[in-house]
Design a protein around this ligand. Sequence first.
Ligand SMILES: Cc1cc2nc3c(=O)[nH]c(=O)nc-3n(C[C@H](O)[C@H](O)[C@H](O)COP(=O)(O)OP(=O)(O)OC[C@H]3O[C@@H](n4cnc5c(N)ncnc54)[C@H](O)[C@@H]3O)c2cc1C
Length: 410
Amino acid sequence: MIDFELEPQTAERVKMYHAVAEQMMRPISREYDEREHEKPRQFLEAMWSASALADATSEGGAKTKEGAKSDRGPRLRNLYTVVTTEELCWGDAGLFLSIPNPGLGGAAVMAAGTPEQKERFLKRFRGGKPKWGAMAITEPGCGSDSAAVTTTATRDGDHWVLNGTKIFCTSGQMAAEKSEGFVVVWATVDKSAGRAGIKPFVVEHNTPGMTVVRVENKLGIRASDTAALVFDNCRIPFDDILGSPEVRPEGGFKNVMATFDATRPIVAAMAIGVGRAALEFVAGFLKEQNVPIRYGISPRRLTALERDFMEMEVQLKAARLLTWRAAWMLDVGKRNSLEASMAKAKAGLAVTLITQKAVELLGPLGYSRRYLVEKWMRDAKINDIFEGTQQINLLIVGRRILGYGSKELN
Ligand SMILES: Cc1cc2nc3c(=O)[nH]c(=O)nc-3n(C[C@H](O)[C@H](O)[C@H](O)COP(=O)(O)OP(=O)(O)OC[C@H]3O[C@@H](n4cnc5c(N)ncnc54)[C@H](O)[C@@H]3O)c2cc1C
C-alpha cells in the first residue's frame, strides 16, 4: 500500500516548526544575512531551550534500529527529519544551519559509531541541550573525490595524532570552539591503502592542536558559519575513531560513505524548503496582481508565465517525493544510496531553477533586497554543492543503475 499521509504526531510537529519558521526565523532572516558573522543570540537561546527541536537534528537523521522501533518520538524518524527540515528552511536555511545540533557530525556518529560512541558523543549536554556537531572531509586538494583525503591519523600508544587542513566545514567554528561541540574529521591511517585507510575520528571541542583559522564570507546561507580548521599534532583518545581501526580492503570505506545515505535526504529537504518559500512568494504575488494560473486547460493555451509556474511546482513536488522515499527507506532499514543521491541531485537542481525563475518572474522586485527572493536564490545554490555536488550525485546514480564501480564510471 502507498500512503503519503504523515503520521498525526509528525503532522502536528510540522505545524509547530512552521510557526517557529514564520515567527522566529523570517523576521530576522534579512538581518543575519547582512550581518554575516554575527550570531543571532536571542534566536539561538530560544532554540537551546526548545527541547523538541532536537528531533529535527541528526539524532533522528540516521539509520537506527532503535529509532525505527522506538516508542519515543515518531516511528519514521528520518522522514520526520526531512519534513521538519523543509519547514525550518522555508523559514531560513542559514539560520537552520546555525541552530545548535549534532548536524553532519552526528549523522556520521550514527552511521559509523558503536553504541557506546553514540551514547557518549550524542548524549545531550548539561541541561538537556543538544551538542554542536560538524563533519570535516573537504581539504584544499580534496573535495568531490573524498578518497583523496590527505589528513593523517597516526597511532601513538593510546592516542591518535591528527595532522592536516580541512576547509569549508559547516558549523566548524561552533563545533570546534563551543563547549558542547565536536568535529568528525576524515583522515587516513594508511596512505598506501587508499580509500580503505580513510576513517572518521571525533575531535572534541577545544582539543589542543585543532584551530579554526578562517571563517568564510559566502554567497548564501550567510547565517551559518563555514570554517577552515588546521590539525597540528592534534592528539585524541584511541577510542575516538568511529568504527574499526582495522584497514580492510573491502567494505571499510563503504561504511564511512553510508553517512551520506542519511545526510543527502536532509540536504534535499533543505533545498525543498527554500524552493517552497520562493514558489509560495510568487504565488502570493501573482494572486495580488490578479494573475490567475489556469490549471486543467490545454497546454496550447497556457501563457509562458503559467508554464513556468507549473514547471516550478512540478520540480518541487518531484524533488519532495524522491526525498521522502529516500528517508523512508532508511527508516525501514533498506539501503538507500541510489535514492539518496537521486533526491539530492534533483532537489539541488529544482531549488536553483525555482529560485532563479522566481527572481525572473518578479522582475526588478525579485532582484531587489526589499524582498527575500534574491536571498533565496543565493541560499539555493549550496544545496547543489555540499554533500556531493549535483554532478557527483548523478555519477553515483549512473553507477548504481548500471552496476558500475568508481573505476568504471568516473
Ligand atoms: C558553504 C559550504 C559548506 C560546506 N560544508 C562542508 C562540510 O560541512 N564538510 C565538508 O567536508 N565539506 C563541506 N563543503 C565542501 C563541499 O562538500 C565541496 O565543495 C564539494 O564536495 C565539492 O568539492 P570541491 O569544492 O573540491 O570541488 P571539486 O571536486 O574540485 O569539483 C569542482 C567541479 O567539478 C565537478 N566535478 C568533480 N569531479 C567530477 C566528475 N568526476 N565528474 C563530473 N564533474 C565533476 C564538481 O561537480 C564541481 O562542479 C562545503 C562547501 C561549501 C561551499
